[in-house]
Design a protein around this ligand. Structure first.
Ligand code: F6P
Length: 480
């Protein structure tokens, strides 16, 4: 692209746009902001440069012109019903998702899904190539778009390309199952910097590169060569643990409205002695069944009293067209029904199960109301719920039970760490957390808050983008 072609200096590519779309009565699309962590993270960058965000609008066959939201140009990518079935529900969420999460569910390998994945990745790459200014920085996000870095580099060799992988990157022995493993690795190597949540994920990736390519690696750096064996460019693979808008969340949870709502929640639940809380997307990686099973056994063994204990489980609807998610919903609801049937009383259910999503204010109130937060994922890239709970607890109270298999466990060492597969161990950890003495709990929470408030999502994006700028740009003359 000639240098006088206008375009954006900073382009984000993510599967979803940071807005929710709905159709009004006249069938016209209307947008509402969905300010996730990524939006907050990128706000300072977007404010200081000309920025665009390429992504899907969240509904099938939505053909919309680009539009501006708070100074960022949103560039919608159209996904058809077929794309959704094969690219999103199929390859992204029924092949890659289970494969990258320790094969907790069986990944399905279907060639038409792979075709759709390539087709849709090309569409995202083309949309970004059309929008980026000469020499722009492009930041590609997550497992749905692993082929985009290479496709984009082929279209626009002048760009600086970063990729961040929000979910775990699996060990070689599991990744090796993927019939298209080499293409995926090559896709990612189109980036200058490949970021992961944990050092272990980056190490898994480098090992996979060594196994499925002929490239040389030295620590975090992979060296790409041209057809004559001369050094072409370098790719760095490193960990950049993501965070949340910690101060925004802290402020929200300090408001009188949220504090009052927290009191009200406890009251509406019958002022239990112990309020336990789980908050997850209804996903089989989250260990919801394991946690509820442990809780049910604690009630049955009378280590917790069903009269004075309540577990609130928020399970927000997710990927409802994928079979494994439908099965999980049935399993969880059966289990909840059994426990409430066995241990409930008129007017009191020991599990309050909410298959719904709630606004941030209500979440902050729930966090503030809960004595113990249960995060028992079987595998999780990071787990931002754990960080939200900590950010909400400016009272330095509450206890966090946290699975070792989350990225967050690498940082949040003040939590009570558990192996969610070990139901007895989890029961002991929950009992310990419920009865934790005030001094221990305050000490732990202070250390957790130092970490969460000291490293927020803006720091995360700045770390990533400055590392991306530090990677020597490719082309002939790069020194090995
Ligand atoms: O954790 C990966 C992720 O893609 C998040 O970015 C997202 O919030 C969540 O999973 C749910 O994803 P989706 O509803 O787009 O499938």
């Amino acid at each position: 692209m000639p240098s006088d072609v206008p375009g954006y200096d900073f382009v984000v590519i993510a599967n979803r746009l940071p807005v929710d779309v709905s159709l009004d009565d006249a069938g016209e699309p209307t947008w509402t902001r969905s300010p996730g962590g990524l939006v907050t993270a990128l706000a300072p960058v977007m404010a200081s440069t000309s920025g665009a965000w390429v992504g899907w609008g969240g509904a099938a066959d939505l053909e919309l012109d680009p539009f501006d939201v708070d100074g960022t140009e949103l560039i919608p990518v159209v996904l058809s019903e077929d794309d959704l079935e094969q690219f999103y529900e199929g390859f992204s969420n029924d092949t890659l998702w289970p494969l990258y999460h320790d094969v907790i569910a069986s990944p399905a390998f279907h060639r038409p899904w792979w075709d759709a994945y390539q087709r849709v990745n090309r569409r995202f790459a083309q949309a970004a190539a059309d929008q980026a200014a000469q020499g722009a920085t492009v930041w590609v996000h997550d497992y749905q778009l692993q082929l985009v870095p290479r496709m984009l580099r082929e279209l626009r060799p002048d760009l600086r390309i970063g990729y961040f992988h929000h979910i775990p990157f699996p060990p070689l022995e599991i990744f090796a199952q993927l019939p298209w493993r080499k293409q995926v690795v090559e896709g990612l190597l189109g980036a200058d910097l490949v970021g992961f949540q944990r050092a272990g994920d980056a190490a898994n990736f480098v090992r996979v590169v060594r196994r499925f390519t002929d490239l040389t690696t030295r620590g975090q750096v992979i060296t790409l060569t041209d057809a004559n064996g001369a050094v072409d460019r370098h790719v760095r693979a490193a960990a950049f643990p993501i965070s949340i808008d910690s101060h925004g969340f802290d402020d929200l949870a300090r408001t009188d409205e949220v504090k009052e709502r927290a009191r009200q929640i406890r009251h509406e639940l019958g002022d239990p002695e112990f309020l336990l809380l789980g908050v997850d997307r209804l996903d089989y990686t989250k260990g919801i069944r394991h946690r509820i099973k442990a809780y049910g056994e604690l009630l049955s063994e009378e280590r917790l009293s069903p009269q004075s204990t309540t577990l609130v489980q928020v399970a927000s609807p997710s990927r409802e067209n994928v079979g494994a998610y439908q099965q999980l919903r049935d399993d969880v609801e059966l289990l909840v029904g059994r426990i409430n049937g066995d241990y409930g009383q008129v007017g009191h259910a020991p599990v309050q199960y909410l298959h719904q999503s709630f606004p941030m204010e209500e979440m902050a109130a729930l966090y503030l109301a809960a004595d113990v937060m249960l995060v028992t994922a079987l595998r999780d890239g990071m787990n931002l719920v754990a960080k939200e709970y900590v950010a909400a607890r400016s009272d330095d109270r509450g206890a966090l039970v946290l699975s070792e298999f989350t990225g967050a466990a690498d940082e949040l060492t003040g939590a009570v760490l558990v192996n969610p597969h070990d139901i007895d161990g989890m029961k002991d950890a929950i009992t310990y957390a419920v009865h934790m003495d005030a001094r221990d709990s305050r000490k732990r929470m202070r250390s957790l808050r130092r970490r969460v408030l000291g490293h927020d999502v803006v720091a995360w994006s700045q770390d990533f983008l400055s590392a991306l700028n530090a990677v020597p740009i490719g082309g002939p003359g790069v020194s090995g």
